[in-house]
Write a protein that binds this ligand. Structure first.
Ligand SMILES: *Cc1c(COP(=O)(O)O)cnc(C)c1O
Length: 520
């Protein structure tokens, strides 16, 4: 068995040819042994079957680490807390057995890690997040306002003033952008609004926005309310592209709709990956086709950033936005990212009246260039690039969390992650097919169907499984009992996202074993 073979097959758009015996647990384990990224799982704290049932804080993490309560004080002279034991700040495995025996706490036999296939909704916690957040809290407590500019030796963090830019630089590699094309700010929905304030400039003639049939509700509200904000009618200005009977939208269909509405369209706003079907769109072709017809192109990369390889700069995308709590693991509601292409971020200085010329946007003081930001003179001079779209002093604790999450990405790259992801998801698909093949021949309707494209290049990590009517409750119960976390959407879709950073082939195998038994 050679996984590079699979990677090559999948990267050429072919199906991976797994041998018949690949449906054994032993085979899954062999795939794990060959996985060059298997060490990355150790960077995360995965919930355990026991911890998932937790209802009370007890200061113990699922990996057994005892975390500082913040109540125990360190006796500085001795380096111990006042109770005489190491306070666990250093991550020692000082688990207290009486805590564990508490009726509300997990029992030791529940310490098997859960199978976490919900990274498309919220990624699991990287260990580094606690280190980075703690470093921030210590900095703030120790030097107060001076933390804006002082770097601490041995801290994983840069001064607060530089953190957003530092995170932007590291995020640029994830989305295929120049460092100056990324800004870290706000949250996804807020950023879509701010970017559209600059990029959706409807005119009498060109006012339409092209979107897909089932945008994430927040995206729908953004588009609808922006249209109303401009005094226009959503019924006239929204063009939703319908999918085929498999819930897919072919590139040809998209290009055709663009052509149909080309003269009246101001903006195309599409998801890189559709959250429901898991379809990955051909961003490069769609962007070029629309732009050639004078349409501005924006991408919502909530399900794509950190999941698939992106080349936003080379593709010439006008703008994009993403959240960092899905495939980037920065924590619930964490600070978000946005991309503005280089050509839109220019600041011309040698003008006749001496005033800088730049793309119009809604501004705030933190979009101002650092050289003059604190002059307090009401002359806005934007930071060149996406940084000029920043508004407020960004939350340092948020940035610390993102910085911790990005430190795991710093240890690898998107090409390596995608290579593993292609095989991991293809393996899940192979096992799903083997479940279907085992169904009784007289079954009227298959137990489920896959609504994610079969073409590996038209999907990311996620597979959406549409269950036969009435199966969702049974399957949900079995998954929960098996310590499996994945997303279930009524009436009957489960979205299965084996994330290459922390999920294993054995996880995939076990998941499918539970599913197989639940369906039988
Ligand atoms: C997750 C997601 C959101 C969430 O938006 P927030 O502003 O972060 O709450 C929006 N759009 C899409 C497509 C998403 O997948």
């Amino acid at each position: 068995m050679d996984t590079t073979n699979f990677v090559n097959q999948l990267r050429s758009g072919a199906r991976a040819k797994f041998p018949a015996h690949a449906s054994s647990l032993d085979y899954a384990r062999k795939l794990d042994q060959q996985d060059p990224l298997r060490h990355l799982r150790d960077e995360f704290i995965l919930p355990t079957k026991g911890s998932l049932r937790k209802r009370h804080l007890n200061g113990i993490l699922p990996d057994g680490t005892r975390v500082a309560s913040g109540v125990d004080k360190v006796d500085r002279a001795a380096g111990n807390d006042i109770n005489g034991h190491d306070n666990g700040i250093n991550g020692t495995n000082d688990t207290n057995s009486t805590d564990r025996a508490h009726p509300d706490c997990p029992t030791p036999d529940d310490d098997t890690p859960c199978i976490y296939f919900c990274g498309n909704s919220l990624g699991v916690q990287p260990k580094a997040v606690r280190r980075h957040v703690n470093a921030h809290l210590e900095t703030w407590a120790s030097i107060g306002v001076n933390g804006h500019f002082r770097a601490f030796a041995s801290s994983p963090l840069v001064p607060w003033q530089d953190m957003a830019e530092n995170c932007a630089k590291r995020s640029a590699a994830i989305v295929g952008a120049l460092p100056s094309e990324v800004v870290i700010m706000n949250t996804l929905t807020a950023n879509l609004h701010f970017l559209m304030a600059s990029f959706y400039r409807p005119t009498e003639k060109r006012h339409k926005i092209i979107l897909e049939w089932r945008p994430f509700p927040s995206d729908y509200y953004v588009i609808e309310s922006q249209i109303r904000w401009h005094g226009l009618d959503p019924a006239r200005s929204m063009v939703a592209i319908q999918p085929d009977e498999h819930f897919h939208i072919s590139t040809d269909t998209i290009l055709r709709v663009i052509d149909e509405h080309a003269d009246e369209t101001a903006l195309l706003l599409f998801p890189g990956i559709q959250y429901y079907s898991g379809q990955l769109f051909d961003m490069e072709r769609i962007t070029k086709h629309a732009q050639d017809r004078g349409i501005v192109v924006g991408w919502d990369l909530a399900h794509a950033a950190g999941n698939v390889e992106l080349r936003l700069h080379d593709w010439g995308v006008d703008f994009a936005a993403w959240c960092t709590y899905k495939y980037q693991n920065a924590g619930p509601g964490a600070i978000a990212g946005a991309f503005v292409h280089e050509r839109h971020g220019r600041v011309e200085m040698d003008t006749e009246d001496g005033r800088p010329v730049f793309r119009h946007r809604l501004t705030g003081w933190y979009g101002g260039d650092k050289s003059v930001r604190f002059n307090m003179d009401n002359n806005f001079l934007p930071t060149p690039g996406a940084g000029g779209f920043q508004l407020s002093n960004p939350s340092a604790i948020d940035l610390a969390s993102l910085s911790g999450a990005l430190s795991v990405f710093d240890k690898t790259d998107m090409a390596a992650l995608r290579s593993k992801s292609l095989v991991l998801t293809a393996y899940a698909e192979f096992l799903l097919d083997s479940i279907l093949a085992d169904q009784p021949a007289d079954a009227k309707e298959p137990a489920f169907r896959l609504i994610t494209p079969r073409d590996p290049l038209q999907r990311g990590a996620q597979l959406s499984v549409l269950l036969r009517d009435g199966l969702l409750d049974t399957v949900s119960a079995a998954l929960e009992k098996g310590g499996i976390v994945c997303d279930k959407r009524k009436p009957g879709v489960i979205r299965v996202a084996p994330v290459p950073m922390y999920c294993t082939f054995e996880d995939v195998w076990t998941f499918m074993d539970v599913l197989r038994k639940a369906i039988a």
